[in-house]
Design a protein around this ligand. Sequence first.
Ligand code: SIN
Length: 282
Amino acid sequence: MFTVEKSGQGFGASVRGIDLRDELSAETVAALREAWLAHHVLAFPEQDLSDDDLERFTQYFGGFGDDPFIAPIAGRQHVIAISRRADEKAPLFAENWHSDWSFQAQPPAGTCLYGKVIPPVGGDTLFANQHAAFEALPTDKQAFYQSLTAIHSAAGAYAPEGTYGETDQATDRSMTIRPSAEARATHTHPLVRAHPETGRLGFFSTLGYIVGIEGMAQEEAIPLLRELAQWQGREAFQYRHRWEAGTLVMWDNRSVLHCATGGYEGHDRLLHRTTIAAFKAA
Ligand code: SIN
């Protein structure tokens, strides 16, 4: 059986003694799921995975989620490339805190990201534990945030006028992003949610994909969300993942935020990503 070693950073853990090229038994998958729910981010170092392996692993945890606005890699429906060339000048992708696709009606449970080409410096992924962010607040603030419903949308990122919209299409970005007017759709979710599997309360998503608060004027909602976002991403709640080629990381979008970081100019970076669909109770 595999071993789980805590990162020493408050959450996050490494899993060793398992070869993800092998088919996993139901017992092993259940034990990995338990570890994932406990640690929120699991890293599997020293793997040697094909896209078939990555897809098979993803399906053990609930099937594929729907990936809008980013084209899959050639020959695959469910694998996208997070890529950046050494000489690329386009702004970094995903440098803001977010929970993947939180604007969907059924946002994905998790994300798998497999390091293929990793720069010698920089390019860490940061995670922020949203249970810890919520639990560290005084009870009156917790109650206030629990009373709010967040409005989510992908417009700021993927609408034609968004960060990755028409202006971005003119850059030298290596990722194939497909902006669309459909990104302007909105869905609501409680700002503070009980985790669908553990029941633990935490903030779900943050300013960016959250574009407003139901029943609150924008002049009030945006400053409130901005101040909350500062709190949600505080260093005290963070785990910094330093990549190595051959590491697979899976994170729980329901309990953590994440963001990309730079610092690797002049080096290529390539990771393959799959999305784990929303949890359905048996
Ligand atoms: C992502 O948000 O999926 C990208 C994270 C990264 O590039 O580190």
